[in-house]
Design a protein around this ligand. Sequence first.
Ligand SMILES: [Fe+2]
Length: 186
Amino acid sequence: MRQQSQQQPQQAQSGLEGGPLYQAKLPYPPVKAMCENRTYAFAMLDNVGGNNSEISAVSLYFYNHLRTASCAEIASCFHHVSIVEMHHLEIFGTLALQLGVDPRLWTRSRNQMVYWTPRYNQYPVELSKLLTNAIQGEEKAIEKYQYQIEHIEDCNIVENLKRIILDEQIHIQVFQDLYQRYVSSC
Ligand SMILES: [Fe+2]
């Protein structure tokens, strides 16, 4: 079995000596849920394939990367951040599987499984709205993970959630910095 979820994605650490940072410098904890738990499994699955989820972030940032191609710095930021989100996706998918559910891009809603859809995302193209939408998505992810931290009693899941929040906070800083330099100053 691959142990990739415990590794840091090399591409995301653009951090060539003082370059921009797209993920926190702390290592990721091991991904090892304590024991099977359907409630926790569905919570992790919702982070994989729900509305407010990592696959929503990956897909939105892929789109934003294409849409901002005329500005290499912004397009590159979305590319690098999307790779960090892919790592989060893998962590949550691994946890969901360990906890006892099939880690497809779906979630449980009203007692049935609902596949993820790109309709969950909004796709503004005007730069100020595109960046604001990205910042709000990160804020909602942090809010969701903080709620889960307060309600989950598996310390490994909590550790992973806390570590992932650190990355999302950096993403907010990255997008806010872009906003300041490309929107506010114009
Ligand atoms: Fe994430």
